[in-house]
Design a protein around this ligand. Structure first.
Ligand code: FES
Ligand SMILES: [Fe+2]
Length: 459
């Protein structure tokens, strides 16, 4: 857990991280958003892309944060580079979205200067006209941004001398490696602008405490209590069996372990196989990620088969899943208890990446501010899986969505989450909302996030 950083005296009260809550100015104040840009985003390791975005030499993509822009280029099978996305001549951005540099030539569209994929200048029109005829290639080479490839991600850091990536990622490296995230590849990827602070959107996914009220279909008994007429007695909150844990450097995780429907624990009347399939199908139809159609088909394949002594429905499902994966030569996580326990849970990579592994698939969320606006963010959802050996891996290309509430663009579960997100921002902006309260257990990852942010913001 991060140690609370001492806030500078000049910080207004509205920027403070409290022991049990967060002051609302951190979500709404443009000056705070500027501070985050300068001291967090320009210094923190951040997942700029998946390698799947630039699979072939010459492929490029662009990652923007605040007023910074990185041009990510595949040089060869083993090498990827990140450059400041600015022409050394007069500043033109060399690319605005993903694409391909034909013949390995990066050409500026303004005056036609040219570089190779290594960032070396190869052509300047009327070169003698510059610097008294003394222009060196090194004067006009593309400027590199520090980069680390890890788990299929390209992490970059805009600092001149970034902190050690190895130390940064160390607390959660094993959790990520255990889920073979380096081996998962693109299925689909959507991006949408949301009218809320990036942390408001992020924090909506850092706890399971919201499940009964926000996703009643996923927690029927608790939702019946919350929305029903009978308010006597206790609410049966099933997500109380989730474990939460926070780590140094702001990272965290939560997971349900063996107590989840994914592990075969279903409390529904009738056929348990059908109940488990129906439950997992809520994720297929509600999200089309983490659990895919084929995974539900595997559950249904257990119908009518006896469960051997000492095994469980969840155990039989895992056997069927691994049998199928082996037959199709699909990479899978080690089938061990601590690895499987993370399925249906989440690994949070500070400051803005969430990985939700399940069954050799993974859904990922990435959130970042939209420019410097404290009231807007860019939210992305990635659906990935490990591919069978004989199946071709597609290049990852983003789909730009326009409305997170449009059923044509997003399925039920994200629509439910995002029905609240702009409302939270609206409430936070009111003068009546001075702070939010955080549950010390269920919402510990949110507090840890802010404490680690303060370490950056006050350094
Ligand atoms: S601005 Fe790029 S060549 Fe002139
Ligand atoms: Fe949710």
């Amino acid at each position: 857990m991060s140690k609370q950083a001492e806030p500078p005296r000049e910080w207004p009260d509205s920027w403070l991280t409290l022991d049990h809550g967060i002051r609302s100015g951190r979500y709404t104040d443009p000056a705070f958003a500027q501070l985050e840009h300068d001291k967090l985003w320009l210094r923190v390791w951040q997942a700029a892309a998946r390698l799947d975005e630039i699979p072939r030499p010459g492929d490029h993509t662009v990652y923007d944060i605040g007023n910074q822009s990185a041009l990510l280029v595949r040089v060869d099978d083993k090498t990827v580079k990140a450059y400041h996305n600015a022409c050394p001549h007069r500043g033109t951005a060399l690319a605005i979205c993903s694409g391909h540099f034909d013949q390995g030539r990066i050409i500026c569209p303004f005056h036609g200067w040219r570089w190779n994929l290594e960032g070396e200048n190869e052509y300047v029109l009327e070169r003698d006209n510059f610097r008294g005829g003394q222009l060196q290639n090194s004067d006009v080479a593309l400027r590199e941004i520090p980069l680390e490839i890890y788990a299929g991600f390209i992490f970059i850091n805009f600092a001149e001398e970034p902190e050690s990536f190895a130390e940064f990622i160390a607390p959660i490296r094993k959790l990520i490696d255990d889920q073979v995230i380096a081996d998962v590849h693109h299925i689909w990827w959507k991006s949408v602008r949301v009218p809320a602070n990036w942390k408001v959107a992020l924090e909506a996914f850092l706890e399971g405490y919201h499940v009964p009220a926000t996703h009643p279909q996923l927690e029927v008994a608790a939702a019946d209590f919350i929305y029903g007429d009978d308010v006597s007695g206790e609410c049966a909150f099933a997500h109380d069996n989730h474990f939460y844990e926070v780590f140094p450097h702001g990272h965290g995780r939560f997971y349900g372990g063996q107590s989840t429907p994914m592990a075969g624990k279903v409390q529904a009347a009738g056929d348990p196989v059908e109940a488990m399939a129906a439950r997992l199908n809520l994720l297929v139809e509600g999200m089309d990620a983490m659990i895919l159609k084929e995974d539900v088909a595997l559950v249904r394949s257990l119908k009518g088969k006896p469960i051997p002594e000492g095994s469980t429905l969840g155990g039989e499902y895992v056997k069927a899943l691994y049998g199928d994966a082996a037959a199709r030569q699909r990479v899978m996580p080690r089938p061990e208890r601590d690895v499987l326990d993370m399925w249906g849970g989440e690994i949070f990579v500070f400051p803005n990446l969430m990985i939700l592994p399940q069954a050799g698939n993974a859904m990922m969320y990435r959130v970042r501010p939209d420019g410097f606006d404290p009231n807007a963010c860019i939210f992305e959802i990635f659906s990935t899986k490990t591919y069978p050996q004989d199946q071709e891996i597609p290049r990852a290309v983003v789909q730009q969505m326009t409305d997170v509430q449009d059923p044509e663009q997003f399925l039920t579960i994200p629509r439910q989450d995002f029905s609240n997100v702009p409302r939270i921002q609206k409430g936070l902006l009111t003068r009546g909302c001075k702070q939010v309260w955080l549950a010390s257990y269920y919402e510990m990852m949110i507090l840890n996030l802010h404490q680690e942010m303060d370490r950056y913001l006050t350094a």
